[in-house]
Design a protein around this ligand. Structure first.
Ligand code: FMN
Length: 174
């Protein structure tokens, strides 16, 4: 019943190189350390992405906009084993700053990761990446704080997504 931890944000994981790029959707993404900045992504060994990250030892975590939801769905339901997803998605890929794996144009953010560890937990593998470079849309993160109206994409159930809307905001006294 992992759905008890939903709704969650959803992300795009880019793997491979400029010549051979793949992208899959992933909800199970987390921050593991602030300094150094480590992120973890739980990826099933069934995914083509699993093999590409293991082989190339780098990946990009892209933060999609809700306007990219159709591509998020395709990236999450088709496998790079069967189709060249870069040819069927409307997403455009751009060179990253420090890794060979491309970033996604017009995403809210792209986090470039070097693989530092991979470890199996049950039916998924936790890929741990050190974020060695990043780029983001300044209007989505003014002063480094998320703009809640930027179009953050949330995932609720299998084919059900929604755009984050700050219906009620709580500001705590420090
Ligand atoms: C919204 C959504 C979230 C997903 N989250 C994950 C995830 O966190 N980990 C994972 O291994 N697969 C996840 N998947 C499944 C993969 O994205 C899917 O199997 C994809 O086709 C794998 O592509 P690939 O074989 O090209 O790597 C998710 C799918 C969707 C639609």
């Amino acid at each position: 019943m992992y759905r008890l931890l939903y709704p969650m944000r959803t992300f795009l994981i880019v793997s491979g190189t400029e010549e051979h790029t793949n992208v899959m959707t992933a909800d199970w993404v987390t921050i593991l350390s602030a300094r150094p900045f480590f992120v973890g992504v739980a990826i099933s060994p069934k995914r083509y992405t699993w093999k590409l990250i293991r082989d190339h030892r780098e990946f990009v975590v892209a933060v999609p906009r809700d306007s990219q939801v159709k591509d998020v769905w395709i990236a999450g339901t088709k496998s790079g084993k069967d189709v060249k997803k870069t040819e069927i998605l409307s997403l455009k890929f751009i060179p990253s700053k420090k890794v060979k794996t491309p970033s996604i144009e017009n995403a809210l953010a792209n986090l470039e990761c070097k693989l530092i560890d991979m470890r199996d937990y049950g039916d998924h593998t936790l890929f741990v990446g050190e974020v060695i470079a990043y780029a983001y849309d300044e209007s989505a993160f003014p002063n480094g704080i998320p703009n809640l109206n930027a179009g953050f994409l949330m995932h609720n159930a299998w084919n059900e997504f929604f755009r984050l809307a700050a219906e009620k905001k709580y500001m705590m006294e420090e």
